[in-house]
Design a protein around this ligand. Sequence first.
Ligand code: SF4
Length: 311
Amino acid sequence: MTTLMWMQTGACSGESMALLCADRPNLENLLRQYAIDLLWHPSLTVGDGFGAVLARVLSGDIPLDILCIEGSLMTGPNGTGQFDTFKGRAKIDIVRELAPRARHVVAMGTCAAFGGVHASGPNPTDCTGLQFRRDQPGGLLGADWRAASGQPVINVAGCPAHPNTMTKVLALLASGETLPLDALNRPAPFFASLVHQGCTRNEYHEYDIEEESFGGRGCMFFSLGCRGPQTVAPCNSDLWNGHSSKTRAGVPCFGCTSPDFPPERDLFVTPRIGAVPKFLPPGVARAKYMAYKNLARAAAPERVVKREMEP
Ligand code: SF4
């Protein structure tokens, strides 16, 4: 049996909601097939309250295999953590005490991983992630902190985290697997492709057929804020609820698996230098990119210009 404790800190419950949408494996199968004993989840468990479970884990009465943290860590005011407490005790202090007991610590969502929404400016509650503060290593536990497994906090980034990525990561950990991590401690197999690479609007991007307003079938990169070409995430390779994603529904990718999410600018507007997006796909030279785009637009087939292809 693998024990799992799920603790919420500064969160909107987005990961808890998303977890209910997982279908490969779904939550029920995850717990049954991988023999996971869910000790505590604020919305899904009944019986002993958080305090009782916490006391048993901290006393060593129950070994803890996986600790999931959902939400950013509120360190304010003045480092006391008193903006977010359990029975008067700062949750950051509970996390500091609980984390060394766990074989694996998993940050569920961008808030727990990097600080996320709450750590975006002006950040009045002084929020941070578990081992990163935005893109800077450190966070609540410090960059060098390691769980009993020898791994740092595993950052299942996303706002919310992808349902199937959460359940697959937990299934792999419960199976005794060691997950390779990328430079931001995200489980590499799930963060290995760009949102752009699986987007159904790719042909429009290819021929520089861009939308200036919402509701069209074209690409959203040049004007409508899409960060798909810069964002690693499984959203367009493992579709949400088995059939959709933001870009398929006509919404730009916001880059929510990135440590700078949310950026302090309008999510629906592309910042530009002249006519060209300020942030280009990784490794692309600006001058060559524009030359390619101009040629591509000139070569665009009529059916693409007229948006006759269903995205
Ligand atoms: S809408 Fe976004 S993800 Fe889709 S092709 Fe355009 S830039 Fe790429």
